[in-house]
Design a protein around this ligand. Structure first.
Ligand code: 1CP
Length: 333
């Protein structure tokens, strides 16, 4: 069993496996070299050979315990025929949403549009570099995908005013999103993903009264689906106010915490394995501070099943030497 699965399935507390969100990405010069030549981000994700190469780049440099497939949560709207573009220094821009068109997409057409992602997972999971390591498949949570598909751009500066106006559209969309997320998860697992992570990056935007409808119910359905396939599932409901309540209702195999969450309160209140937490900005300071802050998390979760990770993705301006130092600090703990 891989170290990450020993924590997730056996609740092992003697090892501290590590992987990092966005470990395949812009902080690596070898990624930027490929990206420069491949300006269309979606096309790059659909280039099996390059997606495999990018996925394996961090594993060639660092002693990480997982590969996470180079893809994006927005491949789902793309495969449902909504236009998705990534604009430099702005982020994603999505096209008009045509519900009739989306309702007409069937499973075969969906898979036909993104099968190169599954081929890349297959190649990564069979590569020597992932021996005794996990291959992590992932999806966006229904709420976060609904946000991008309806808001059509990052909600960093807030949701559009009329976001919640068409409740009937929202209900129909959530059903479609959930259906295709299950198809997407199943195909990733069939091609070698041995862990699934569900990213709910915008969970923090919702008020308490809306959590059941948009987060708990649809995420629980996905979590139960992954469990039925005998694969562990990690949830990251970023900035959700009550992680404990989320865990009690949704019951994932592990919970990823964000960097604004107090790890001491988590360790005292949450029974399931925990992942992540360290502020990615700490990697922009110096080695002394990095060691101190990483050790803080390792100390707090000393007797708790814990997978080391950050509280959000590694920042593009991170020095790969600091990344290396972090991995070594965790491995030598
Ligand atoms: O070169 C570039 O400009 C591309 C930057 C980039 C990368 C490296 C994007 C655009 N996506 C990715 C890959 C990616 N995205 C991975 C791959 C594997 C890895 O982690 O190494 C994963 C897991 C994601 C997931 C993802 N995409 C999330 C969830 C996690 C999170 O960051 O909160 C989200 C919200 C997205 C949307 C997205 N894709 C890209 C950007 C810049 C964004 C965020 C836009 C926003 O701020 O709303």
């Amino acid at each position: 069993m891989t170290p990450i699965n020993r924590v997730l399935k056996e609740k092992n507390t003697t090892i501290n496996p590590i992987w990092i969100m966005r470990q395949a990405g812009r902080y690596l010069p070898e990624f930027r070299d490929i990206r420069k030549l491949n300006t269309d981000f979606i096309k790059l994700c659909l280039n099996t050979k390059l997606a495999k190469e990018i996925t394996l780049q961090p594993l060639k440099r660092f002693d990480l315990d997982a590969a996470i497939i180079f893809s994006d949560i927005l491949m789902l709207p793309y495969a449902l025929n909504q236009k998705v573009e990534f604009k430099k220094n702005f982020g994603p821009i999505l096209g008009e949403l045509d519900l009739d068109d989306i309702l007409n997409v069937n499973e075969d057409e969906f898979v036909q549009k993104i099968y190169p992602v599954y081929d890349a997972i297959n190649m990564v999971s069979n590569d020597n570099l992932t021996k005794n390591k996990s291959t992590i498949g992932f999806v966006g949570a229904p709420w976060t995908l609904l946000v991008y598909m309806l808001n059509k751009q990052s909600p960093k500066l807030g949701l559009k005013k009329d976001f919640f106006e068409d409740k009937s559209l929202i209900k129909k969309l959530l059903i479609i999103i959930e259906k295709f997320l299950k198809i997407h998860i199943k195909n990733q697992i069939n091609n070698g993903a041995d862990v699934i992570q569900i990213f709910d990056s915008w969970a923090g935007l919702l008020e308490k009264k809306d959590l059941s409808e948009y987060i708990y119910d649809p995420t629980l359905s996905l979590v139960n689906f992954v469990k039925s396939l005998n694969i562990p599932v990690i949830c990251f409901p970023r900035e959700i106010k009550n992680y404990k309540e989320f865990c009690e209702i949704v019951k994932p195999d592990a919970i990823n915490i964000d960097y604004n969450t107090n790890p001491k309160i988590i360790v005292n209140n949450i029974k399931i394995p925990v992942q992540g937490g360290l502020d990615p900005k700490i990697l922009l300071t110096d080695k002394e501070i990095l060691k101190k802050e990483a050790t803080k998390y390792l100390d707090i979760f000393k007797d708790h099943p814990y997978i080391f990770n950050l509280g959000h993705g590694v920042l593009p301006e991170t020095d790969p030497n600091m990344f290396d130092y972090l991995v070594k600090t965790v491995k030598n703990y």
